[in-house]
Design a protein around this ligand. Structure first.
Ligand code: HEC
Ligand code: HEC
Length: 264
């Protein structure tokens, strides 16, 4: 009898915890959400570099590939005798200044592929805002070179009519739909996950997710992707954006969770 009561108590507490999470936990469930960067054209190089450095080591996800082994070129140290990234950036592509080269390597990384590496680097616009990208470039320039990113680049990066770059990462993209498949497309999940014959395989395929994870685990993986990394994908930890909790409404989140939970 007491066992049954305990079970019921457990279920009640679990349900309560769940609804508390959904009701007011979502905006706070964040691990390494990219810092909201809010810069005006007056921003200093030092501020940009500091913001970029933080993103690089944290929520930007760069160190999932860079700096570990041979998957990607080391940016902070010499490569091929050409120095760290801030020194070699101006010599990579003829006619492209350091700043132009770094910008392109963030948004079109596969146009110029560093010799000896695979074209696996994602388009960083999927996870970073323009302002964050410019902060990142300033940081990379500061590693062995001269920072030429200025407030003008930041000003140019913002939509006309706004004099302050306010930024919520890719989160600017908030959508209204509650259709699960449309949400997965609009939120760029399929830029990194395979589902049926759609998507790309950066993270684990979602096809049989319901047979691998409970809906609670699925919700947790979406809200706090770095809390527990998917087996076999540990080296990609930090890559999945951690701000879906802010970008999805509670209803949208539950639609996605139950849809993915039914994929068996
Ligand atoms: C999935 C792995 C991966 C991630 C994540 C990744 N990169 Fe890369 N990156 C690569 C690979 C591989 C190359 C070399 C091939 C190429 O040029 O595309 C590269 C090249 C670069 C280059 C050019 C390096 C050179 O020597 O010319 C820069 C700059 C760069 N990445 C910056 C970044 C930054 C900043 C981030 C984080 C915002 C990042 N990368 C995230 C894999 C990755
Ligand atoms: C930039 C790439 C990227 C995007 C965008 C992305 N993910 Fe992920 N996701 C990953 C990577 C890499 C992993 C594996 C590492 C980890 O667990 O964090 C992962 C893990 C997961 C897992 C755990 C899977 C398992 O087998 O344990 C789920 C569930 C998931 N993602 C769902 C989503 C959903 C839903 C979205 C969109 C709302 C999304 N992801 C967007 C890259 C991404």
């Amino acid at each position: 009898m007491w066992a049954t009561n305990l079970k019921i108590l457990g279920i009640v507490l679990g349900t309560l915890a769940l609804y508390t999470l959904i009701a007011n936990g979502i905006p706070q469930v964040e691990s390494e959400v990219p810092q909201e960067l809010s810069f005006t054209g007056e921003v200093s190089a030092a501020e940009l570099v500091a913001a970029g450095e933080e993103l690089y080591a944290g929520a930007g996800g760069c160190t999932a590939c860079h700096g570990l082994g041979t998957r990607a070129p080391n940016l902070l140290s010499d490569a091929g005798g050409q120095g760290a990234i801030g020194a070699r950036c101006g010599q990579r592509v003829e006619g492209e200044s350091c700043k132009e080269y770094l910008y392109r390597s963030m948004i079109e990384p596969n146009v110029f592929v560093v010799e000896g590496f695979q074209p696996i680097m994602p388009d960083m616009r999927r996870t970073l805002s323009e302002v964050q990208i410019w902060a990142m470039i300033a940081y990379l320039q500061s590693v062995g070179g001269e920072v030429t990113v200025t407030g003008d680049d930041i000003a140019a990066a913002q939509p006309a009519g706004e004099d302050e770059a306010s930024d919520s990462g890719a989160g600017a993209m908030i959508v209204a739909t509650t259709d699960p498949l449309e949400l997965l497309r609009e939120m760029q999940c399929l830029a990194c996950h395979l589902l049926g014959d759609e998507g790309a395989q950066v993270g684990p395929p979602l096809d049989d997710l319901g047979s691998r994870l409970t809906t609670d685990q699925i919700r947790e993986s979406i809200l706090d992707p770095n809390a527990e990394l998917a087996a076999g994908y540990e080296q990609f930890g930090g890559m999945m954006p951690a701000n879906f909790g802010q970008r999805l409404t509670a209803e949208q989140l539950e639609v996605i969770v139950s849809y993915l939970g039914s994929q068996k």
